[in-house]
Write a protein that binds this ligand. Structure first.
Ligand code: UD1
Length: 421
């Protein structure tokens, strides 16, 4: 397993180009299963989660070609079974259920693995499929969904923890080929859901309201091939904003959609950092330590849970006491114990981290436990005294395209040590 070694204390400056969004690309690639015609997807990031999704598509029988950031998929004939060996590595593999159900009226997919961020049920996905007249069963570790005919209906997909992003996408994909009108109340409004709806619309789907909490889908007989560019990754961008606030003098992010980052840029300016925000670039001016902030993660347009760990790293060096409350994944605090090993002063009270800023962090060997937690540890390493060794970086490679090279391009001193036992 690779590890990343960060030598702290270098200041960051310059430009960094943000990659296409992982969380958009995954369901969009799954959506190519809805048609037998070729689909061309641009700005697909080079990440292990994307490789897993392409493997799943190939395993299902699709022709997949990749040339740099462009992926072409033609799913002329596809099987409807995605087995455990193929899907276990990634939770987002669950999003092939919707398109297979839509096109073939049946799908069998092993229950997903993925980040260790607490219990990750798919009950809301299944609730949506059932509302479309499908039967759903769990058998031998697989989830099986099937229907004689998919029929549109009105459903509420809001769960106890709020809306579901992949669940909304999954049901939206199945509903594009259902008979009649589907209304999803309590839909997720994340930009990735909008990007998926835009792609489906290019394929011939009839969708209104994506980006709001109510999405209407009028079923069509069939979908056709389409070409699409994935939106910029707002979480990668947010991670570089925090890196720049922590360790930068002047850092400019290119190819961002600033509108998608409002909650994050508001939090960073509230922490005392000056930002120059244009439509597709953001410049952050580092100015020493952060001011304390009180944050609550929420569904979009609130502060994203996927930026919570990185903000904990930033606030661990603030001039005072901050708090970060997690409402989307209440158990998502695996980074806290590792940050404490680096000298951070953080107390967990239920789903709230109370962070008392310290004047210095010190480098330590730390263990990455999930994707965003690992990013937070690399960020903390940038400003820690000495050397931080982040182990199990396969987590980070799931979601950040060349994070070490991009940070080095800004002046960080980072090494990747390959193949540690
Ligand atoms: C997606 C993102 C992930 C992000 C999350 C929340 C992808 C590939 N991943 O994950 O990076 O952290 O949105 O913004 O896009 N829930 C249920 N039942 C369900 C589904 C979800 O109770 O059937 C709960 C979850 O446990 C969680 C909350 O709903 O507490 C939100 O989860 P959800 O939006 O579904 O996350 P994902 O779509 O899996």
């Amino acid at each position: 397993m690779d590890k990343i070694i960060v030598h702290g204390g270098r200041s960051l400056a310059g430009h960094v180009k943000i990659s296409g969004s992982k969380n958009s690309a995954l369901p969009i690639l799954a959506a190519t299963l809805l048609t037998r015609e070729p689909c061309v997807i641009h700005s697909v990031p080079d990440l292990s989660d994307i490789h897993y999704m392409l493997q799943i598509l190939s395993h299902l029988g699709a022709q997949v070609e990749r040339a740099s950031g462009t992926v072409t998929v033609q799913a002329d004939k596809v099987s409807t079974v995605a087995p455990y060996e193929i899907v276990r590595k990634m939770r987002a593999s669950v999003c092939v259920l919707g398109p297979l159900l839509g096109r073939h009226k049946e799908a069998r997919v092993s229950l997903p693995g993925g980040c260790v961020i607490g219990d990750r049920p798919i009950d809301l996905h299944l609730k949506g499929f059932r509302a479309l007249n499908a039967a759903c069963r769990v058998e031998g570790g697989d989830v099986k969904v099937f229907a004689d005919e998919l029929r549109g209906s009105t459903m509420d997909l809001e769960g106890r923890q709020g809306p579901t992003v992949l669940g909304t996408g999954n049901v939206m994909m199945a509903a594009t080929l259902a008979e009649g009108m589907t209304i999803i109340e309590g839909a997720a409004a994340e930009p990735e859901v909008v990007d998926l709806a835009n792609f489906l619309t290019k394929m011939g789907a009839k969708i209104e309201g994506a980006g709001t909490r109510r999405i209407a889908i009028e079923g069509v007989k069939e979908l056709h091939g389409a070409e699409h560019s994935v939106i910029p990754d707002r979480i990668e961008a947010g991670t570089f904003l925090v890196a720049a606030a922590l360790a930068g003098t002047e850092v400019t992010l290119r190819r961002v959609n600033a509108e998608h980052l409002n909650a994050v840029t508001n939090a960073i300016s509230e922490a005392g950092f000056r930002l120059n925000i244009q439509r597709d670039t953001i410049t952050v001016f580092g100015n020493g330590s952060a001011q304390p902030v009180h944050l609550i993660t929420e569904p979009y347009p609130g502060f994203p849970t996927d930026m919570q760990a990185q903000m904990c790293a930033l606030l661990s060096r603030a001039n005072g006491s901050s708090s970060v409350t997690e409402t989307v994944f209440p158990q998502r605090f695996m980074h806290v114990s590792e940050l404490k090993r680096m000298g951070a002063d953080i107390a967990l009270e239920g789903a709230t981290a109370r962070i008392s800023g310290v004047t210095r962090l010190s480098g330590a060997p730390v263990m990455a436990s999930d994707l965003r937690a690992s990013a937070a540890l690399v960020l903390a390493g940038l400003i820690a005294d000495g050397t931080t060794e982040v182990n199990r970086v396969y987590h980070i490679d799931r979601g950040y395209e060349s994070i070490d090279e991009k940070l080095m391009g800004l002046g960080a001193e980072i090494e990747r040590v390959k193949n540690q036992a």
